[in-house]
Design a protein around this ligand. Structure first.
Ligand SMILES: *Cc1c(COP(=O)(O)O)cnc(C)c1O
Length: 357
């Protein structure tokens, strides 16, 4: 079966070289004679996978030994729970920047644990832009939660000012897509299925100073401190998922973060440029400095043009360009593993369609 060009938002496309290595490991993982699907989570071989992955995260994110690194179950939403469970004490509030669907949902989850406050929101503009950075954070805020890339609405924080309270960042859809100052965050996390691998796994990186303040009355599975202490194997880890993330980290390192960033810039520029010159298709986000390099969201002037582009893509082996059920229109996801020539093909199709009518 011919491999499709996959613009899905997540689970997202993976590099073929990574898929080939996973395929081989499913039959036998290195010289163990057993499958990666069968590999014990307390084996030496898996410990080596964990250690190498942590070394790579530290190196690629440019963070020092003051940060702890863990692999956790439950994807992004489990982090929506763990963050307030660990770091929102009673009497304090949690400040959330409401920049999109996930940003808002993260806050809704936190409300099960304590008090929250929206300190900036672009909901009144249907999230078509980033909100103004908050001028003041409540004095009793335990942390400020930020979603660095708004996967559904296609906005992204390219620069964020410093904050008076610890910043916790959901980087699920743009981690390691660019050079970035990760040390500005007290904690950052990412569901793996966009830029880092497969669903169900999340990476969390936590500064030791923040960790010291964590709630001690939590079941170990939901406690960052317990996960750190037991090196991500409080219970049976997602061995194959974490191995796939390691392969992605190796791929990012071998490609080079600067090269990845330059490629991501080129891919997004190509598509936005076509949209900005189109009379039929229009980017949802007008403000160029607010636009996401990862998720390019756009609409058509009519349903007919919309269906025509979907059909054209189907004919050309392209999947995954439909917008989220909340927004409609189109969303083209350009994560690290997506090659420039695939974006060029889509750009050409859009232009050819426009010429044909
Ligand atoms: C995809 C995504 C999530 C949700 O991840 P799940 O693993 O499905 O819970 C959270 N935050 C952001 C920014 C995302 O893009």
């Amino acid at each position: 079966m011919k491999r499709k060009i996959n613009f899905n938002p997540g689970p997202a496309t993976l590099p073929v070289s990574v898929l080939e290595q996973v395929a081989a490991a499913i039959l036998s993982y290195e010289d163990t004679g057993i499958s990666i699907l069968e590999l014990p989570h307390r084996s030496k071989a898996f410990k080596a996978i964990i250690e190498e992955s942590k070394d790579l995260v530290r190196e690629l994110c440019g963070i020092d030994n003051n940060y702890e690194i863990v692999w956790l179950h439950g994807g992004g939403r489990q982090q929506f729970c763990m963050v307030p469970a660990n770091f929102l004490p009673s009497g304090a509030t949690a400040a959330y920047i409401d920049s999109g669907y996930w940003a808002h949902e993260a806050m809704e989850y936190a409300q099960y644990y304590g008090s929250t406050q929206i300190v900036a929101s672009s909901a009144p503009e249907q999230y078509t832009r980033l909100p103004q950075w908050p001028e003041a954070i409540p004095a009793n805020a335990a942390f400020l939660h930020l979603t660095t890339n708004n996967t559904i609405y296609g906005t992204q924080w390219h620069h964020t000012p410093l904050s008076s309270v610890p910043v916790i960042a959901d980087m699920s859809s743009d981690i390691l897509s660019r050079k970035h100052d990760y040390s500005q965050y007290a904690l950052f996390y990412a569901a793996a299925q966009k830029n880092l691998g497969t669903p169900g796994v999340a990476l969390a990186v936590i500064h030791k100073d923040l960790l010291k303040t964590a709630n001690k009355q939590l079941p170990p599975l939901l406690s960052y401190a317990a996960q750190v202490q037991q090196n991500s194997i409080v219970n049976t880890a997602n061995v194959s998922g974490i191995y796939t993330a390691l392969l992605m980290l190796r791929w990012i390192k071998n490609t080079g973060l600067y090269v990845i960033e330059a490629d991501n810039l080129s891919k997004a520029a190509l598509l936005y440029n076509v949209l900005d010159n189109s009379t039929i298709f229009k980017a949802r986000v007008a403000e160029t400095t607010h636009r996401s390099l990862m998720n390019v969201c756009f609409t058509a002037t009519s349903k007919q043009h919309e269906s025509a582009l979907v059909a054209l893509c189907e004919e050309n082996n392209i999947v995954g360009i439909e917008g989220h059920r909340h927004t409609g229109g189109f969303r083209v996801s350009l994560y690290n593993a997506l090659p420039l020539h695939d974006v060029a093909l889509l750009a050409e199709l859009i232009q050819a369609y426009e010429r044909s009518i």
